[in-house]
Design a protein around this ligand. Structure first.
Ligand code: PA5
Length: 428
């Protein structure tokens, strides 16, 4: 499923990566014996999920899909990025423009921006609107604010009774303001499992409900994750790409002081895979004044803005190219008799071939400039590959975090700004 080519990084290392430490970290992760082990429910999730709940998710998603003209998905961080990543990768970032029979989907509550909210209220006005509010804690300010406004909108436009049909909550099974409110109002609820943290929760109802409501096959997504999870059990770096990725990036960090990893993506469609990846790695490893800073680029666009720095700036970078082997749609460069633009040297080639040459050219240039490069690929931009990629990145993150010596499943630093913000806003 997911493949890794680490040759372009291994050649930079003074010593081989510490595969023994990586194997030990994998064992700790699989056996659930490490720091934060009460949050490793995602490790077995692709085999061991609540099938009844998945059936209920699919039924609810179908109801939304068939009846909604607009679905407003409210959530932030781990309660937002995974769903958006899969939806954009599968349907393109222009998913609302290319929507055929799908509801238009609007993501809100992922910031504090009144204009955004007002704009979406305007866009959905007069339409059949459904809301999925997602918050594990049920108390996060950004989604709670957006939900207060949309709950009010739905009640005013459809009445309190119909709001019960149109509002769906994904939250803790017992705790938090959202759970209490959902119970009091009689909204349908889905549970964020206790043993899975936000950034590892895309394959729970957190991601699966909006993804299924967008018409994407969640069974295939889970099947892809399960296939990758099977591979991830293997105790050998050449047959387990997560083991290799974790070991090589840690070796680059420790041996060569490469402090920043750029995930270079092949298109706008996968920009949010990188956004999700940045939270996953940043929140898992950025601890005790350590950790590789996760950054991302979309190629080839960002070569024309960030390319200079990558080639020639501070030598603190490592780069990981993400690619998909087979394109969904084949586009060929046409032949021109006049050849006025001088482009006949690429005539007859598919865009994919042109991109492959660009990626290889970039990799060689960046390596020459002192940037170790890895390549991660999946067969196709489809549900199986995305499920596999999600599991691969999550597992590698757990292994890498344990190799670094931190708890990859907590996020104590995130609370700091909240204390200040709440004090400034007068929260008791
Ligand atoms: O990974 C995390 O824990 C965070 O990014 C949370 O997902 C984010 O803060 C949203 O939290 P909640 O789902 O509790 O609203």
């Amino acid at each position: 499923m997911v493949q890794i080519n680490a040759e372009g990084a291994l050649s930079f290392l003074k010593e081989a990566p510490d595969y023994e430490a990586a194997k030990k970290a994998l064992k700790t992760l699989l056996e659930g014996t490490g720091a934060g082990n009460d949050y490793v429910g995602w490790v077995k999730l692709p085999f061991d999920f609540d099938r009844e709940e998945l059936a209920r998710i699919k039924a609810c998603a179908k109801r939304i899909h068939d009846n909604a003209e607009a679905l407003v998905v409210i959530g932030i961080g781990g309660s937002y990025l995974g769903a958006r990543a899969v939806i954009e990768a599968m349907l393109s970032p222009r998913f609302n423009e290319v929507a055929a029979k799908r509801p238009k989907i609007y993501f809100l509550g992922n910031g504090i921006n009144g204009e955004d909210l007002a704009q979406v209220l305007q866009l959905v006005d007069g339409k059949s609107v459904y809301v999925n509010v997602i918050s594990k804690s049920g108390t996060t300010l950004e989604p709670a604010l957006a939900f207060r406004i949309f709950k009010d909108y739905i009640e005013k436009h459809f009445g309190k009774k119909e709001a019960q049909e149109r509002i769906v909550c994904t939250t803790d099974k017992a705790r938090g303001a959202l759970k209490k409110l959902a119970e009091a109002e009689g909204y349908e609820c889905f549970v964020v499992p206790d043993d899975i943290g936000g950034r590892y929760s895309v394959l729970t109802p957190v991601g699966l409900l909006p993804i299924a409501a967008a018409g994407i096959d969640v069974d295939r997504l889970m099947a892809g994750a399960a296939a990758q999870a099977e591979i991830t059990k293997k105790d050998c770096p050449d047959c387990n790409p997560a083991l290799k990725y974790a070991a090589v990036r840690q070796a680059l960090y420790r041996q060569l002081d490469k402090k920043v990893e750029i995930l270079s993506c092949p298109s706008e469609s996968v920009r949010f895979i990188a956004e999700w990846w940045k939270q996953l790695y940043g929140e898992s490893e950025g601890k005790q004044h350590m950790g590789i800073f996760p950054a991302s680029c979309v190629f080839t666009a960002d070569l024309h803005s960030m390319g200079q720095y990558i080639q020639d700036g501070e030598r603190i970078l490592m780069e990981t190219f993400l690619s998909f082997d087979e394109p969904d749609i084949k586009v060929e460069v046409p032949f021109s008799e006049e050849n006025g633009d001088g482009l006949n040297y690429v005539a007859g080639k598919e865009y994919r071939q042109v991109y492959a040459a660009a990626q290889e050219g970039v990799k060689r240039a960046h390596m020459k400039g002192g940037v170790p490069c890895m390549e991660i690929s999946a067969p196709k931009l489809d549900e199986e590959s995305l499920g596999a990629l999600i599991y691969f990145f999550e597992a590698a993150c757990g292994i890498s975090g344990y190799m670094q010596g931190v708890n990859p499943f907590d996020q104590p630093g995130v609370e700091e700004y909240k204390k200040n913000m709440f004090a400034l806003l007068g929260k008791k």
